[in-house]
Design a protein around this ligand. Structure first.
Ligand code: ATP
Ligand code: MG
Length: 415
């Protein structure tokens, strides 16, 4: 029989690497708590129409990356490829927006049928933030600062924040016409993907990963030149906000988010250490989406981070060590083993991290494992200890031992 395997592009997270994930999740949760952003959890499976309407049919995600199938009731369902559409649907469906603006975050698995490579998976994980009902440039600044500070706290180095403004609808239409006109003059120099996008989604060509197209685009008209005075003023406000908080950024006139409902602020945070899959966080303002999904006109800004890429960076750039137990419990003999499990339970109830050895092997063997666990203390219970009720607590650093009773243990561990 052939060995069963994960599907292509899907990975197990094994105990040896889980520490970075847990650390990342804990730091993210704490940053959201401090910023008074509330968590929201939405289903992994949604009606396909949500993404077709919410992300846009002309995008790569909807056009070729979704896991879509009909369920047994013949409804077209899709495994979520991103989090924003579901969060906005949930906010509309549950009347959250009628209770006032919402600061929300989510984290979980997303699914895209892409060509797997380092930092690009078919099941991957995102942490996202969505501010629904916020229009002030200050809210753009707050959203960006939360992302930036979180990444700094993960111990990541050499991150780059790139910023652009997509302006309002009229600015974009204006620019789109200019760009299409210019691109049509250079059509034969464009890669095939970009030629196709010229008809469907020309702004997205700016995001092309093709080096020749990128080179060509250096001389293309720039979006910022098409912004009206109000859009420019808004862009300036966001930049002044970042400067005031000493968040370093670079303007990138070719940074776009592909979707029609994105406008004004667009940003990405990248790490040169990641190679081709450099973007760890992408975000922007999406004032048209809530309406597009059937809600009232609502100004929104949000971002999403790719956790696989962050974990790769954390494992290379910051030190994460597995937590050692506070105590390693060694026992031999029936009576001793019964005391051992009782001691472990009581200490765990007091909050200690206790590893219980079940092997029944000789003391020397169990002691070897205790040393390997890096616990500061081992508790030894043999026949003599079991009958006297005096247990041997060994300090594994100093190698000294003392006899203690069960009820003294928690105090002696001193953790
Ligand atoms: P990319 O240009 O890398 O394909 P994207 O524009 O498709 O990114 P978004 O939809 O903005 O990505 O998602 C936000 C973040 O989620 C990305 O910046 C990235 O860190 C992460 N991400 C996106 N797709 C994947 C994937 N297939 N595997 C792992 N992480 C991903
Ligand atoms: Mg992509």
């Amino acid at each position: 029989m052939s060995q069963l395997q994960t599907l292509r592009g899907m990975a197990d997270q094994l105990p040896t690497g889980i520490n970075s994930w847990q650390q990342l999740e804990a730091i993210a949760r704490e940053h959201m708590r401090r910023a008074c952003v509330s968590e929201i959890r939405t289903p992994l499976l949604e009606a396909t129409e949500l993404f077709a309407r919410g992300i846009g049919a002309a995008t790569d995600v909807v056009g070729k990356e979704m896991y879509t199938f009909n369920d047994r009731g013949d409804r077209s369902c899709t495994l979520r490829p991103e989090g924003t559409a579901g969060v906005v649907r949930a906010a509309i469906q549950n009347g959250l927006l009628s209770q006032g603006p919402q600061k929300l975050w989510y984290s979980g698995a997303m699914f895209r049928y892409e060509r797997p490579q380092a930092g690009r998976m078919r099941q991957f994980h995102q942490l996202g933030l969505e501010f629904l009902g916020f229009n002030e440039p200050r809210s753009d600044v707050e959203a960006i600062v939360i992302a930036w500070d979180l990444l700094m706290d993960l111990g990541l180095k050499e991150l780059k924040l790139e910023l652009n403004s997509l302006g309002n609808k009229a600015d974009r239409l204006n620019y789109r016409n200019q760009l299409v006109k210019w691109l049509e003059q250079h059509q034969n120099q464009l890669d095939p993907d970009s030629q196709e996008r010229l008809q469907t989604n020309p702004l997205r060509i700016l995001d092309s990963k093709n080096p020749n197209t990128q080179e060509l685009l250096k001389t293309a008209p720039e979006l910022v030149a098409a912004l009206c005075p109000e859009s420019l003023e808004r862009f300036e406000q966001v930049q002044l906000g970042l400067i005031a908080l000493q968040i370093p950024y670079q303007l990138n006139p070719r940074l776009v988010r592909g979707l029609d409902y994105y406008g004004h602020t667009a940003f990405e945070i990248t790490s040169a250490a990641l190679g081709a899959q450099a973007t760890v966080c992408g975000g922007g303002r999406y004032n048209g989406l809530v309406e597009q999904l059937g809600g009232a006109d609502t100004a929104c800004i949000g971002w999403a981070m790719g956790l696989e890429r962050l974990v790769l960076l954390m494992q290379n750039q910051s030190s994460t060590t597995a937590a050692a137990p506070d105590l390693y419990v060694i026992s031999q003999g029936e009576k001793a083993e019964a005391i051992a499990i009782k001691a472990a339970r009581e200490l765990r109830q007091k909050g200690h991290r206790v590893e219980l050895d079940h092997s029944g092997a000789g003391f020397a063997k169990q002691m070897k494992r205790a040393l390997k666990s890096a616990a500061p203390f081992a508790l030894l219970i043999g026949a003599a200890e079991a009958s006297s009720g005096k247990l041997q607590l060994k300090n594994l650093q100093s190698n000294s031992s003392e006899l203690v009773e069960l009820n003294q243990l928690a105090g002696l561990l001193g953790i």
